[in-house]
Each structure stands twice: as C-alpha cells, then as structure tokens.
Design a protein around this ligand. Sequence first.
Ligand code: 3H9
Length: 697
Amino acid sequence: MSNVAYSRHDDIAVLTIQNPPVNALSLAVRQGLMAGMDQAEADSGVRAVLIVGEGRAFIAGADITEFGKTPQAPWLPDVCNRIEASPLLVVGSMHGVSLGGGLEVALAAHYRIAQPSSRVGLPEVHLGLIPGAGATQRLPRLIGVEKALDAITTGRHIKAPEALEMGIIDKVEEGDPEAVGLAYTRSLLDEGASRRAVSEMPSPQAIDWHAAYDATLKKGRGQISPAQAVRAVQASVEQSFEEGMKTERQMFMDLMKTDQREGMIHAFFSERAVGNLPELKGVEPRALQSIGVIGGGTMGAGIATAAVLAGFEVVLIEMKDEAAAAAHERIAGNLSGAVKRGKITQQKFDALTTVALTVSTNYDSLASVDLVVEAVFEDMDVKKDVFGKLDAVCKPGCVLATNTSYLDVNEIADSTSRPADVIGLHFFSPAHVMKLLEVVVADKTAADVVATGFALGKALGKTSVRAGVCDGFIGNRILATYRTAADHMVLDGATPYQIDAALEKFGFAMGPFAVADLAGLDIGWMTRKRKAPTRHADERVPTYIDRLCEQGHFGQKTGQGYYIYEKGKRGGVPNPAITRLIEEEQTALGITPRAFTDAEIVRRYMSAMVNEAAKVVGEGIAKRPLDVDMTLVFGYGFPRYWGGPMKWADLQGLGAVLSDIETYAQEDAWFWQPAPLLTKLVAEGRTFDDLNKEAAK
Ligand code: 3H9
C-alpha cells in the first residue's frame, strides 16, 4: 500500500504523505512520491504539484529504523532529483517539522511555503551523518555557504520566520497546510512563475575551508560528521551539481559505517526508550500543580527555578528569614539569566518571582502542595527530621521526594508513616540547566508515585532514568569507580593533567579532575571519611588530595584544587602543590612512577566504568544497559557519539573489555573484580544491546 495519496484540485495535483507518526521517508513513501510524480505528469491538464504531509509534521526525515540495512531503491537523492526535474511547477507546504530528508524533499520542490509555527532543520549530524539527499549541494546554492554551514553543522531546528529570513523558504502563512499550499500554488501559476530548480542556481562563493573545517572539528570534540559536512559543502562550490551529489553520497555512505553513527542512533532511540517502562504501562501519574522545595541552597534554588519555569506554583522552605531571603535572591538570579538569554520576558520574570514563588520558614505553607522535593544537607538524621515534618503537614497523596545523592531512600521512606509516597528525585546541579533526573524507586514506592516522578521530569524538560536504591544510585556509583581508576593511575605515574587531557580528547566535556574541582573537593573528602570505617584492607585509596583539603583548598570555589584558578580567567593551570603531594605519597608507598599512554588511560578508565555499569545492571539498580548509557550521557558529560559506556563496550567487543579487566586484575584483584553479568554475556556471545532488545519485547 502506498503511503502517498494522490488527489486533484483543478490543475494542481496534491501528493499527501501519510506515514504516521511523523511521515518518515520509508521505502513505501519514497515509492509513493515517485509514483505520484509520474501520475501527475501523466494526468492531462495538471500544471503543478503540491506536496504536503498528513498529521503532525511535513516530514521528519529519512526513516531511521532503515539505517544499517541495505538501502533499497528508489533512494532518496533520486526521489529528490526526480521531483526537481519535473516540468510541472512543484511546491512544498510545510507544517510541524521538516527535518533532514524532509527538508531535502522541500529543497527539491521549486517553491516552499510554511506555517509560522513550523520548524526546519538538517539534524543529520546528530545521528553521526551528513544530509544525504542533496542538502549539502542545494542549500549553499540557495542561501550561500555560511548560512548553509550554520544549518548543516549545528543541525539546529530553525523556526519558519528565521528560515524565511535566511532564504530557505519563500513564504510563511498561517492556515491549513493544504489550503494555504493550494492558494500559494494557484498564485504562482497565475503570476506565470517559472520552474525554479535550486540545483541550477549558480555555484556559491568559496570560504576559507581549512579554517571552517578545523573550527568545526574542534567544536565537535572529536565528532566527525559536522567536519565532514564542511567538506561536502566545499564540494558544492568546487564541483558540478552532479559530481557534488556523488561526493555527498559517498561521504554519507562512509559515515553510515562508522561507530559514531551507531552510537548516536543508539542515543536517539535510548533517549526515547528511557521513560518507557513496562511497570508504568497503564499507570496514571498523580496530579501535579504545586511543588514544595525544602532548602534554598544551590540545589534547592535550581529545582525551584526549573519548577517555576515549567509553570508550577512553588513553595520553598528555609530555616531562617535571612536564608529565605538568600534563596529568593538565588532563584531570581537564575531567572534573570533566563531573561538575559531571551528565554523569558521581564514581565514573566516579575510574575515568576512573585505570584508563582513563595518562600517561607513555616512548614505549614506546604499543606496543599502535590509534591515536595527535599534538598537539605546530606545527613540521614537531618533528612529524617525533615521527612517527619513533611509527614505531619503534607496532605494525603502528596509525593515526598528526597534529592539525596547517595543516602538510603528505603530508610528515609520507612521513617515516615507513608513509605509508598516516598521516592528519590536526584537532580544534578545546576538543576535548572542539567538534563538528567534519576528517579530512585525504593522498595515500597507506589507505581503511581514512580509515574509522577517521570511526569515531573517530563514537565521540567529532563531526561529521567529509573534507578534502584544503592550507594550513589546509577550515576554516582559508577562515577566513584571510574574516578578511583583515575586515582590509581595517578598513584602509578600518570598526572591528573594527562588524564584530563586524554579523556577530553576521547570526547568527555571535562576530565575527572577538572570536574572534581568544579563540584568541590570537599564532597569527595567527606565521602572518603564516611567510607573509611567499612573499607576493605586491599582497597587502594590515595590520600594526597586530602592534604590539600585539610589546608582549606576545595577546587574552583576556593581558587585552588588540582588546578589554580585566577579570577576572571576561564579554566585553570596545573597546581604545582598537587605534583609535590603526589610525589610524597608515591615515595611513602614505595611506588616507582611509570609512563602511561593516552590510549591506556582511556582503556582503564572506560573498563572501570563498564565493569561497574555491568554490576549496576546485573543487580537491577538499572533495569537496562540503555538506562546507564543515558545517565552518563545526560548527567556526566559522556560523549553522545559513543552512545554511552555500554554501547561503547559493545562496539569494542565485550570479550576485549573483559580481557582488559582480567589483565588489570592481575595487579589489583580487589578493584578489578569482573562483573558477573559481563562474564556471562561474553560466555554466551551476547551484547548489552541484546539485553536492551529483550527488555523492549
Ligand atoms: C535523514 O533524513 C538522512 C537524509 O539526509 C538522507 C537519507 C538518504 N525515522 O521524538 P518523538 C519516531 S536522517 C523513524 O517521540 P517528538 C520516534 O522514534 C533523519 N522514526 O516525538 C518515535 O517513535 P515511538 C533526520 C522516527 O514530537 C515517534 O516517531 N531526521 C523518526 O518529541 C515520535 O517521535 C531526524 O533526525 C525518523 N526520522 O519529536 C529527526 N523521527 O513513538 C529525528 C521520529 O515508537 N526526529 N521517529 O517512540 C526528531 O527529532 C523527533 O522525533 C521529532 C518529533 C522532532 C520529529
């Protein structure tokens, strides 16, 4: 059955794409477009063709589910060339989104009209690809190289009014897409407008390709597709249209075979699967209108900021008047950042800081809220005290959430009279910016409370991941392990600076030591003290950094940590005191430092991460490997183009990762105990992705 309907309105043929939910360009749609063009040209009296999409979008692009399979004819570039070459006048009427191949179909049309609310874009780079159906050749001819490079290398969604200004579309008009498209086509016919093929427009002007390529490569932190896009656009200047199309096709096919393409498509689907939990099927979340926040420090203020921005009424509780005033100021500061970035108006700012937000020192103000998030000091007794007060004042059915990063949510829940209403909602700082939310499900948490946690995450624009209860949940537990691997390498001879540089080259936003400085070294110091009594005798724990903390140096906030930070300067320079402290510890432990290659640093760091992640999945703390992948990508700066650590491990081959772990275990059998799940998968010849697929059945 064709997914493209043919209809006729006087001398205009209308091709309506019908492939829900987003009109992806599947084989049937490509065949339907070809057949529709043939029919229109054979239909006597037809002078023009209008292409529209049914449902919520014009076309969201090529069908991503077909990637990795042998491409079947007709290929999309040929479909686009077929449309453009038609002797009839072809018009595209766009609504919703027109992305990737969807915009390429529109660029093959001779004229484009769009709804004011619609968006266009070429997001292929976010899938590890470049546009593969002519956009790298047509767009520069239509709007010039610089604007085309901006659209193609960023993959950003461009709103119709801006697209009009850029010259991507010809007209913006509100109305039914078919009706508006027909009226526009009619006016073009009446004016005697001629066919206008973008491929026949003159070649665009060259730019400094070297500089553009280098800048794009650097910005992508190792991601190759945006830089390849620069090369493809270069071909639009230096080659004929036909040759340029061949160059683009070759690059597209080459990128299709890369690990980065696989990683990014894994991320695309995992991002959508992460909130799709079998336990939530058919479970309705509780109604959410007002949110309470306990504690107005950086975290509490960030959560309150995110909540007012999402339209919730917020009641924030602080202990004293001065702290309440400081919390209000912090939230206002966050919101004025949103005004500066043009995200909200000054008028909205005024409403959010007055009407939507109440700051109080009285718990009774929480009597009618639907959900409370506690973000007070990380101490079990303090938390239990807060939950006791919440238990007393909150209405029945109110969700009681803790933002703890590692404390036992079961213990907190059991300290109340309503453990089924208690859940962990672990935000990441700054909470109004960071995308990740760990929804921590305790033993007695009710299913509709879990659903409410996910609903809140969605309303706040977060990517929410389900986690079970353990020390550190998914993210911080894995972080503790790979951080330890980095610490061990420092003791053995790699410098923190070499480690940071190697991991940044691998694609992390920041290396682990720069991150520690940013988060505050006092956090790790406190954790080491907390864990000291239960530490196993074989555990290697470096203490050199404790010496720095003892002197009151906690990283960026005090100006000194692994790096020294000068006021007004971005980033820091290596701290010579650290080098000295490391040498002293090596001497005390009788270690002769050895050299590490960058490759070994990455391998050890990643092996530690994957091994702990496999334990987290094996123990059911994360339900699926993809939950770990999304936690690391959205909360820990893991390079999206690897898809996440579990996907990275699949791409390396699990056997190779296990064999590395077994090799490292010969030096430190305590730290490098292979995860039973990893050993099992290797023995069975299966991958982490097999587990994801089984969970989706
Ligand atoms: C390309 O075009 C290459 C060409 O240059 C060259 C080819 C030769 N294919 O996100 P949602 C599914 S590359 C298949 O939840 P929203 C999605 O998985 C492509 N399926 O909704 C989900 O399925 P389910 C360039 C797709 O409203 C459902 O649709 N295009 C595709 O939040 C709803 O999606 C892109 O990269 C697809 N192309 O967002 C666009 N797109 O219900 C990628 C969506 O089973 N897509 N699905 O979970 C998006 O950015 C968003 O999905 C979109 C809608 C903005 C469209």
